[in-house]
Design a protein around this ligand. Structure first.
Ligand code: VGL
Ligand code: ZN
Length: 198
């Protein structure tokens, strides 16, 4: 079965200088570009939020960034405004090699719900369509890299494993936000779901 490299959210806002910068996020650009050569298929994801998105703290009067609220679909961290549709922060980092991408999938574009995973929105029910794309192409092995390890990479890899894909996270080509121990929690949750950490 052939394999794909799934590159999560390598966008300006998640790199140093961005609105939701992940420490060392830019350090993994060169390793990710180099990894692309080893795969038949490369997929990129792009966090892509409307200005009134429910995950933005400034859309909740009085709420602090990085606090949490209960939404109908479960708990939601309130983030600094980031990856607004069409903004420079939402663009891929200029050093990311886009040429190898067969598919670019956007997520988080519905105002009322966030989407960490490349496969489902945060209700864990609404599909993005990526699983169907990969299955139709006969791709069963997925290796995950990108940002952030403990949110979009972790949630994507766990959903991939649940969907029956062989899911591996190449940890050296990820960086974590690490909010209140979220990095170690994500590693435990990934292992529980059958994700291989490499
Ligand atoms: C992400 C928080 C909010 C990520 C995206 O890419 O991990 N984290 N939106
Ligand atoms: Zn986001």
């Amino acid at each position: 079965m052939s394999g794909a490299l799934i590159v999560i959210d390598m966008q300006n806002d998640f790199c140093p200088g961005g609105a939701l910068a992940v420490a060392g996020g830019d350090e993994i650009l060169a390793p990710i570009n180099a990894l692309m050569a080893q795969y038949d298929t490369v997929v990129l994801t792009q966090d892509w939020h409307p200005a009134d998105h429910t995950s933005f703290a400034d859309n909740h009067p009085g709420a602090a960034p990085f606090s949490s609220v209960d939404m109908a679909y479960g708990p939601q961290v309130l983030w600094p405004r980031h990856c607004v549709i069409g903004s420079p922060g939402a663009a891929f980092h200029p050093d990311l090699d886009l040429d190898r991408a067969d598919m670019i999938i956007r997520k988080g574009f519905r105002a009322g719900i966030d989407s960490y995973s490349a496969f489902f929105e945060n209700d864990h029910v609404t599909p993005t369509g990526l699983a169907g794309y990969l299955r139709e192409r006969g791709i069963g092995r997925l290796d995950f890299v990108g940002l952030a390890h403990d949110f979009c990479v972790g949630w994507s890899a766990i959903d991939a494993a649940k969907l029956g894909f062989t899911a591996t996270v190449i940890e050296s080509a990820t960086r974590a936000i690490d909010l209140d121990g979220s990095r170690e929690r994500a590693r435990l949750n990934m292992r529980d779901a059958g994700v291989i950490l490499e």
